[in-house]
Design a protein around this ligand. Structure first.
Ligand code: AMO
Length: 440
């Protein structure tokens, strides 16, 4: 098959979803990629996909021109085509109508068959699919996932805008670690060492001085050594920071955000959930708030050897998820286990004003009240074996009346896992990055 046709002056008049019986007898110009070609007793059916769904194109030997019938027969699956023709009402076709072509443009014939079927059946491992992700994303389920993500992103922005948060963009090339040195990617910045940002933490804190309430939805990078189902090296972080509030207020905001996002996705994406064969996630009336101390007590009932200060991930997290399967907060973490910017409680400094939002055993977000006193920040940096000199550019801002503030960071991909019920974070990431993957 030769690649013969150019777009020229052809422009789409209708999407597949608009090719309906009420257009019977009207001319349309439609575009898309061919998902199946079938000939039966002189009748050729093409099923063509566009971003709204599918439409059928039909030729009948004897009725349609010979040239057109022959052209239809040469079209390979995945080929991009344009069709100009007349809509015909027909009950059996998708949306109750088909297109009887008068002209077909083969815009780019597919030269290869995908290494797996995008229409169902057994799928190869996610790694094989990721190698040709643009084709993999033509699968109905993948389309459903990213349509849900698009609705989710709109819903998040609406939430922030409605509540008066100011959208900001902060640098992704930075000079100091914020979330611990182990997971930093180094970059040569001209001739100086620099890093890819792990979170917008320091910038969002500084920005509450002029703007009070800020949010950012942007990339963050983590050089994770282990390759797991829930870790990526590049994530999208949904961050807020707000002045004159504490971690309790921020938990209430995060809870309201999750409720709106899950509700909007459930309301707008029923077709997508059908394709995923899953129900939207359940959101309780109020999320439980368990203190870290209570969680440790709960684990102690099941096993010996866990002490205050230990992490509650791995098998302990899985066990905890059995009694707390949905959304809940773990609050008041040991100060030593949280980053330097998290505020210790005044009455009990070994405990911090902090929280993680969980769904079962999956951590979705973390946040807390921040340290606002410069001297206390310097002490916290030293306690964590970090050099205050390296943070001078940030500490300087604290000399100018930094207001009390609090915030959270929520992982978009982890939230998507929860909303769609996917177990591998790569399924909800267009082009995932991990230790072994830097392409496509
Ligand atoms: P934290 O480091 O807990 O907090 O990150 C916030 C959220 O980001 C997501 N996340 C990840 N998701 C996938 N793969 C990873 N490697 C990964 N690392 C983090 C998680 C996590 O809960 N500055 C603080 C937030 C704050 O206090 O405002 C921070 O970055 O969903």
């Amino acid at each position: 098959m030769k690649s013969e046709d150019e777009l020229g002056d052809w422009r789409r008049t209708h999407y597949s979803s608009q090719v309906t019986p009420d257009l019977d007898g009207k001319e349309v110009t439609v575009f898309g990629w061919v998902s199946s070609v079938r000939t039966q007793g002189g009748i050729t059916f093409l099923i063509v996909n566009d971003k709204e769904g599918i439409f059928q194109v039909t030729t009948i030997r004897g009725k349609s021109s010979d040239a057109l019938v022959e052209k239809m027969g040469t079209i390979a699956e995945q080929t991009s085509i344009g069709v100009r023709g007349i809509v015909k009402k027909i009950a059996k076709a998708p949306n109750g109508a088909e297109v009887i072509p008068t002209e077909i443009k083969i815009l780019n014939p597919a030269k290869k068959k995908p290494p797996f079927s995008v229409f169902g059946g057994a799928l190869p491992s996610i790694d094989k699919r990721l190698d040709i992700r643009a084709v993999d994303l033509r699968r109905e389920k993948a389309q459903a996932i990213f349509r849900i993500q698009s609705v989710l992103l709109r819903s998040l922005r609406e939430f922030f805008m409605e509540r008066g948060y100011f959208e900001v963009r902060t640098p992704k090339l930075i000079s100091t670690a914020t979330e611990g040195g182990a997971s930093l990617f180094s970059v040569l910045y001209y001739n100086r060492p620099s890093f890819l940002t792990q979170s917008p933490q320091l910038y969002k804190e500084e920005l509450v001085m002029p703007f009070e309430k800020v949010f950012e939805i942007g990339p963050a990078f983590r050089a994770e050594e282990s390759r797991t189902q829930k870790h990526l090296s590049e994530i999208t972080s949904i961050d807020i920071e707000e002045a004159y509030v504490d971690y309790q207020d921020i938990m209430a905001t995060l809870e309201a955000l999750i409720r709106k996002a899950a509700g909007d996705v459930a309301d707008s994406c029923s077709k997508e959930f059908e394709k995923l064969k899953r129900a939207p996630v359940e959101v309780p009336g109020r999320f439980d708030r368990l203190t870290y101390g209570a969680v440790i007590k709960e684990i102690t009932k099941r096993r010996d050897g866990i002490a205050w200060g230990d992490d509650v991930t791995g098998p302990d997290g899985e066990e905890l998820a059995k009694s707390h399967p949905g959304f809940y907060f773990i609050t008041d973490w040991p100060t030593s286990s949280k980053p330097f910017y998290i505020k210790p409680k005044t009455a009990e400094p070994k405990v911090s004003e902090s929280f993680d939002l969980m769904h079962g055993s999956l951590e979705l977000a973390s946040g807390g009240t921040r340290v606002t006193s410069k001297s206390a920040l310097v002490k916290r940096l030293k306690d964590q074996k970090l050099k205050p000199q390296a943070f001078e550019y940030h500490l300087d801002a604290f000399d100018y009346g930094m207001p009390p503030h609090a915030g959270f960071g929520l992982g978009l991909e982890r939230l998507m896992m929860t909303l769609t019920g996917e177990e591998n974070i790569r399924e909800v990431t267009l082009f995932p990055r991990d230790k072994l993957r830097l392409v496509p």
